[in-house]
Design a protein around this ligand. Structure first.
Ligand code: PLP
Length: 346
């Protein structure tokens, strides 16, 4: 598949590393049936560029290139109060000399805190132009269009990036990731039986799936939901994967069976901590000194741990965990991660 026909900015030098997690795998095996578990590896998309980067960096390489091609002088996007997507979009805007505005959805009522740390602190440090807070359930597309219209009235030109950067163009970032991974497996002679990834606005899961299908990579992708159970999440991922395949001009109908979603790890609510997330964040930090985040990758790793304990992976099978970033929001959840109080900071 030829991605070179799509304009792209580059925010990362080279490929993100793939590393084995021997101490984590041993700790996990000790809690699995018969004391045996999978061999867990990690792809470090938390080391992508953009202050600090994560999965949005890959999507923004294509989205920002499109914004520049359209002559935009501002990016407008949306997310939750601790949105990694908003922070990374702002970082891309800074790097390109653009301004950036957010519409923030207060998904958990009362959770927006003007003085919060984590990503909210970084919004201010990186110089967001404006940040409008709206209640849960607001039509975010309409709210972002209103921001763009306000800029147009001032003679400016906004480029609107959907929540999570998850449209067909953004999904190309994870087609590029699939190609990068394929090359790494070829160069290092390392194969995997499973890939585990977070599934939220679905650009990562759907884009990766499109990349696997288009490049004939036959490894199943397991998407752990961070805000929805499979009945709601699978159709979103399927639509995203199909849109990406269509944009690429692949004559391919995404098979429903290729969309594997797992639920049950994100509750009680998107962004609200649970005990399994705390265990996963502590376990990876204390065995491999790698930081997960409380909203996404902590719950996704909790899913991987749960699946291993339920026997979903045969002993010794290689499971690749895609680390999608997000560590800044650890600093908005420090109490709960150290087991003190509830410390809820959604
Ligand atoms: C750190 C992190 N991981 C995973 C996700 C989920 O990715 P997606 O929205 O592409 O499904 C997000 C989304 O914001 C994220 O910030």
């Amino acid at each position: 598949m030829d991605l070179s026909r799509f304009p792209r900015r580059r925010y990362t030098e080279g490929a993100t590393p793939i590393e084995p997690l021997p101490r984590f795998s041993a700790a996990l095996a000790a809690t699995c049936p018969g004391g045996r578990g999978p061999e867990v590896w990690i792809k470090r998309d938390d080391l992508l560029g953009l202050s600090p980067g994560g999965n949005k960096t890959r999507k923004l390489e294509f989205l920002v290139a499109d914004a520049l091609a359209q002559g935009a002088d501002a990016l407008v996007t949306c997310g939750a109060p601790q949105s990694n997507h908003c922070r990374i979009t702002l970082a891309a805007a800074v790097k390109e000399g653009l301004r950036c505005r957010f519409v923030i959805e207060e998904r958990v009522p009362g959770s927006f805190d003007e003085g919060a740390g984590g990503n909210h602190f970084l919004f201010r440090l990186l110089g967001v132009e404006s940040l409008r807070v709206v209640p849960a359930g607001t039509d975010m597309a309409a709210a972002m269009r209103a921001e763009a219209d306000a800029l147009a009235a001032e003679g400016r030109r906004a480029y609107v990036i959907p929540g999570g950067g998850s449209n067909a163009l953004g999904g190309l970032g994870y087609v590029a990731c699939a190609q990068e991974l394929q090359q790494q497996m070829f160069e290092h002679g390392t194969g995997f039986e499973h890939v585990v990834v977070g599934s939220g606005s679905s650009g990562t899961h759907g884009g990766l799936l499109a990349g696997f299908l288009g490049n004939r990579i036959a490894i199943p992708i397991i998407g752990i939901g961070v805000s929805r159970d499979p009945a709601q999440q699978a159709p979103l991922v399927h639509a995203e994967a199909q849109a990406v395949c269509d944009l690429l001009g692949l004559d391919l109908a995404v098979p429903a069976a290729a969309v594997r979603c797992v639920g049950g790890y994100w509750q009680p609510k998107y962004s609200v901590p649970n005990a399994r997330m705390v265990e996963a964040v502590q376990m990876l930090a204390r065995t491999e000194a790698i930081l997960l985040d409380p909203v996404y990758t902590g719950k996704v790793m909790a899913g991987l741990i749960g699946l291993a304990r339920d026997g979903a992976f045969a002993p010794g099978e290689r499971v690749l965990f895609l680390h999608t970033g997000g560590a800044p929001s650890l600093f908005a959840y420090d109490s709960v991660l150290l087991g003190r109080g509830t410390g809820l900071a959604p």
